[in-house]
Design a protein around this ligand. Structure first.
Ligand code: GLY
Length: 350
């Protein structure tokens, strides 16, 4: 049988494409199979790089997120060098205002006056009493980043076939390849749709988002991300303000709902009343690939020709560079210690 590539990546979302690009940069022939780019969770995210603000407890997920955040500057620089495209990476810090001071507030707690010092003007809601400042968290423009990865992959020689239907039967017997295409190794990076192909515990968790636009020529009301309770507000340098996100267990139910959107507007305006006057320019939704323990599934499947890279849940954008590096290392027989915690077999234990 003719080999289509050395590696076939199933899934053209940010995880699949980042891995494909990294492997190509390391000299392998790579083919990506994808339904289309539109449904990818990368389009739906807000692009926060927020291991601290997300309050991820210490452990493997925090270690993975922190590692990935440390790779972001070099990775986005490399993408920009390769494509000439700006990814919108911005080490803007994240402010986490609170309406009550928690009884166990850490010494990092800041008063309302201290919080306001991180903003261009005092435009926090009057109910904010204080909160936290995470200066090493930040953001990237997820759509610009995803576009830059697509362009970099194409110019590096990653081949992409769209509209290819890989089936669960294909993955049961890889000797015939997938969708009739044969490679030495296969990587499954199909995010929220992974259960269509393998019995892994990855389920869709819907997020609805909205965007406002600060009129051209006006100053941004925020120069940092605000991360409140069940709400985040992400100002882009181009004046767009992304507000997210709901977290809904509704399968693949598409569309924005009145309740979802109303909740986002209410919480955002309570946190930052200045937002109320800006025009709404977009409402949309996406599906996070959730696992039971919120850690991604990374590493060998039962068949060592098939490697898994799925289930990145709330952190797909953040985890893209570390995932690409760790999975590419694995193909070159280097086992990152974090792979032990991310192995799919953890869900088979009693
Ligand atoms: N990372 C934020 C979210 O998934 O809503």
């Amino acid at each position: 049988m003719t080999k289509a590539a050395e590696v076939i990546v199933i899934g053209g979302g940010i995880i699949g494409l980042s891995i494909a690009l990294e492997l190509r940069w390391r000299g392998l022939q790579v083919l990506v199979l994808t339904q289309d780019y539109q449904t990818a969770a990368a389009n739906a995210a807000a692009g926060m790089l927020a291991p601290q603000a997300e309050e991820i407890p210490s452990g493997a997920l925090l270690d993975l997120c922190t590692l990935s955040r440390s790779l972001y500057t070099d990775w986005t620089n490399k993408l920009t060098m390769a494509t000439g495209l700006d990814t919108g990476y911005w080490e803007c810090g994240i402010l986490a205002p609170r309406y009550e001071r928690p009884t166990d507030a850490q010494i990092t707690w800041q008063s309302r006056a201290e919080l306001v010092g991180h903003l261009p003007t005092d435009n926090l809601g009057t109910e904010v009493v204080g909160g936290y400042w995470f200066d090493t968290d930040g953001q990237v423009d997820n759509r610009a980043l995803y576009k830059s990865i697509q362009v970099a992959a194409e110019s590096a020689g990653v081949r992409v076939q769209t509209g290819v239907q890989v089936t669960a039967e294909d993955l049961q017997d890889l000797s015939q390849g997938v969708a009739g295409l044969v490679a030495d190794r296969y990587i499954l990076a199909t995010g929220a749709w992974s259960q269509d192909l393998l019995p892994v515990p990855v389920v869709p968790r819907k997020g609805q988002l909205i965007a406002l636009q600060v009129p051209h020529g006006e100053d941004l009301p925020l120069n940092t991300v605000l991360f409140g309770t069940e709400i985040y507000i992400v100002p882009r340098r181009d004046g767009r303000i992304v507000i997210g996100a709901t977290s809904e267990d509704v399968g693949f139910a598409t569309g924005n709902t009145a309740e979802g959107v109303q909740g986002l507007f209410d919480r955002a305006i309570r946190l930052c009343p200045a937002l109320a006057k800006y025009p709404v320019v977009e409402e949309w939704w996406g599906f996070r690939p959730a696992t039971p323990d919120e850690l991604p599934i990374l590493g060998y499947s039962a068949d060592p020709r098939l490697i898994l890279a799925t289930g990145h849940y709330r952190n797909g954008i953040l985890l893209a560079p570390a995932t690409a590096q760790i999975i590419a290392d694995l193909l070159f027989d280097q086992m990152h210690p974090l792979l032990l915690s991310c192995d799919y077999r953890r869900f088979m234990k009693q």
